[in-house]
Design a protein around this ligand. Structure first.
Ligand SMILES: [Zn+2]
Ligand SMILES: [Zn+2]
Length: 311
């Protein structure tokens, strides 16, 4: 003990330049990572390219999964995250493109190896959705518990429903808060903000233009915002029998690139990441077309998101 104290006193007299590289190195090791897992908006499974919505934040190497669109388990593996490392899930709203793989992801974590515990947060209805999934797979789960000696996955998961914006959870690595956004006819649609030790990131979830989101994202390093390109949507729905109704829904529930730029500008974020593309599988829409509208109002860095891109 005496030796150690003497050592510390000794290092205090060293120049700052000697100490700095070591400090930087330890910060680098714990750097928060943000990886887009799925960037295609909407419930339809794309033929190629983008997977359905999910975003990964690694804070102190612990995964926080935001939304569980179809394909989330596979994309987590593709991002190098073993499924039994699953620990936290956040659902922005209960549309299926954000929740279809909630149950299967938990199941996949369980069957891979035993996760310590999974906490899932989301709007009211999430707990019921989780229970319903376990009922849906009751036969398999009950069989494997007896036959393979596995623990009961129903006891590994804690689902936290909430219906008010505010603080969602906090631990020593991250503070997660939520903001109510505008996604009619759904009333409970939330954006999430993650403040880690080194970065802050806001994920819009699905929303129409919502100025309150700019307030919520104030000073964040990164805003990941959904986006809809109207000419692309019109080309897509022209031939559908419910085209008029669908166009009305999409316009009321999603955000055009120009408005995304306004939100990013007002929030004063450093980087805007476009994700949840609607339409998400039209290869004729270029990155420049996605970004151009936002750039009219936002001078910062704009990233046109791709699956498995790390921010
Ligand atoms: Zn969506
Ligand atoms: Zn939605």
């Amino acid at each position: 003990m005496v030796d150690r104290r003497q050592f510390l006193i000794g290092t205090a007299s060293l120049s700052l330049a000697t100490l700095l590289p070591r400090q930087l190195f330890s910060q680098e090791q714990k750097r928060s990572r943000i990886i887009l897992l799925g960037t295609k908006g909407g419930p339809r499974v794309g033929e190629s390219g983008r997977s359905n919505p999910a975003t990964l934040i690694l804070a102190n190497d612990v995964p926080y999964v935001v939304d569980c669109g179809y394909g989330t388990s596979r994309q987590l593996l593709n991002a190098g995250v073993p499924l039994n490392k699953l620990r936290y899930i956040f659902i922005t709203h209960l549309h299926s493109d954000h929740s279809l793989e909630l149950g299967p992801l938990i199941y996949n974590a369980w069957i891979t190896g035993i996760p310590i515990r999974v906490d899932a947060y989301g709007p009211s209805g999430l707990r019921r959705m989780t229970q319903d999934f376990f009922n849906y797979q009751k036969f398999d789960i009950d069989t494997r518990i007896v036959d393979e000696g596995r623990p009961d996955p129903r006891k590994l998961v804690v689902a936290h429903d909430f219906n008010q914006p505010g603080l969602v959870m906090q631990n020593e690595d991250v503070k997660v808060s939520s903001c109510l956004v505008r996604h009619p006819p759904i009333k409970l649609a939330f954006a999430y903000r993650f403040d880690t030790k080194d970065r802050s990131v806001v994920i819009s979830g699905d929303t129409a233009y919502a100025p309150e989101l700019a307030e919520f994202a104030k000073g964040a390093d990164i805003l990941i915002h959904e986006v809809m390109y109207l000419p692309g949507v019109e080309a897509l729905i022209r031939r559908l029998p419910n085209a008029k109704r669908l166009r009305e829904h999409l316009l009321a529930a999603h955000t055009l690139p120009e408005d995304v730029g306004k939100i990013a500008d007002r929030a004063g974020v450093k980087t805007l990441v476009l994700s949840h593309f609607v339409p998400g599988d039209d290869p004729s829409i270029t990155d420049e077309q996605w970004a151009a509208g936002a750039r009219k109002h936002f001078n910062g860095r704009i990233i046109v998101g791709k699956d498995l891109m790390e921010i």
